[in-house]
Design a binder for this molecule. Structure first.
Ligand code: 13P
Length: 247
C-alpha cells in the first residue's frame, strides 16, 4: 500500500526561535512515522529548517514558486532556487494565492511545471468556495482546476501530489465530513485515471481544518491519501497526533 503524506503548511507564521523549538519537537516525535512527513515553510526559513530536519524523516517544502525561470521578477523565488535549498515539495495554487494574488488555473499549471522540471514535487491545491458549493458547482470547479494542470503537464501528472482544500473549510474550524471529502477525492481520482495509467499512485491529500480529533476518520477514506494541515501544524503535539493517525 502506498504511504500517505502529512504536510504542514505554516503559511506566514514562524520565527527563527519558534521554528527551532517546533521542528526539534517534530523530529523527536516522528522517528517512527509510518507516513511521509513534510513541513512547507516561508521561503526565508528554508535553509534553517533544512538544517534542523537533516537526518530525520521530515522533508522540507515551500509554499509557492515563480512561474518564471529567472530574470527581472523582483520578489519572486524560482524553482531552481528552491531546489538549491533541498526543497522536496512546493505548494502550488493554494486558495490563498488564487484569492489574494490572482493566480489563475493557467498560472498554477505553469508553476506545477516549473517545480517538476526542477525535481520538486508540486502539491497542487484545488477546492471550491462556499458560494460554489452552495450552487452545486463543486465538481465542476475542482475538475476545471485540475484539467488545466493535466493539460500543461501531460503524462507527468502522475508525479504531482494533489490537495483537495475546500476554501470554506480553511482556517474556519469547519471540516468537510469524511464522506464529503471522499466524494470529491473520488471525482479527482477518476479524472486522473482518464489522463494517466498511474492514477492510483498519485497522492490526493485533504486540507481544511484537519486536526488531531478528525484526522483518523478522514485518513481512513479510500481516496484520501494524507493531509495538508494549516493551523494544527504549528503545534508539535497536534501535528504529531495527525502523523500518528496516518499510515
Ligand atoms: P487549516 O488547517 O488552518 O484550516 O489550513 C488548511 C490549509 O490551508 C492548508 O494548506
Amino acid at each position: 500500500m502506498k504511504k500517505q503524506l502529512i504536510a504542514g503548511n505554516w503559511k506566514m507564521n514562524g520565527s527563527v526561535t519558534a521554528n527551532e523549538a517546533l521542528v526539534k519537537a517534530l523530529v523527536a516525535g516522528s522517528a517512527q512515522a509510518a507516513c511521509h512527513v513534510a513541513v512547507c515553510v516561508p521561503a526565508p526559513y528554508l535553509a534553517q529548517v533544512q538544517g534542523l530536519v537533516a537526518g530525520s524523516v521530515i522533508a522540507v517544502g515551500a509554499q509557492d514558486v515563480s512561474q518564471h525561470e529567472s530574470g527581472a521578477f523582483t520578489g519572486e523565488v524560482s524553482a531552481g532556487m528552491l531546489k538549491d535549498f533541498g526543497t522536496r515539495y512546493c505548494l502550488v495554487g493554494h486558495s490563498e494565492r488564487r484569492q489574494h494574488h490572482g493566480e489563475t488555473d493557467a498560472v498554477v499549471a505553469i508553476k506545477a511545471q516549473r517545480a517538476l522540471a526542477a525535481g520538486i514535487t508540486p502539491v497542487v491545491c484545488v477546492g471550491e468556495t462556499l458560494a460554489e458549493r452552495e450552487a452545486g458547482r463543486t465538481e465542476e470547479v475542482v475538475k476545471r482546476q485540475l484539467a488545466a494542470v493535466i493539460h500543461t503537464n501531460g503524462h507527468c501528472i502522475s508525479e504531482i501530489v494533489l490537495a483537495y482544500e475546500p476554501v470554506w473549510a480553511i482556517g474556519t474550524g469547519k471540516t468537510a465530513t469524511p464522506e464529503e471529502a471522499q466524494q470529491v477525492h473520488a471525482v479527482l481520482r477518476a479524472q486522473l485515471r482518464a489522463a494517466t495509467d498511474h492514477a492510483e499512485r498519485v497522492l490526493i491529500v485533504y486540507g481544511g481544518s484537519m486536526n488531531a480529533a478528525n484526522a483518523n476518520q478522514l485518513l481512513s477514506q479510500p481516496d484520501i491519501d494524507g493531509g495538508l494541515v494549516g493551523g494544527a501544524s504549528l503545534k508539535a503535539a497536534d501535528f504529531l497526533s495527525i502523523i500518528a493517525a496516518a499510515h
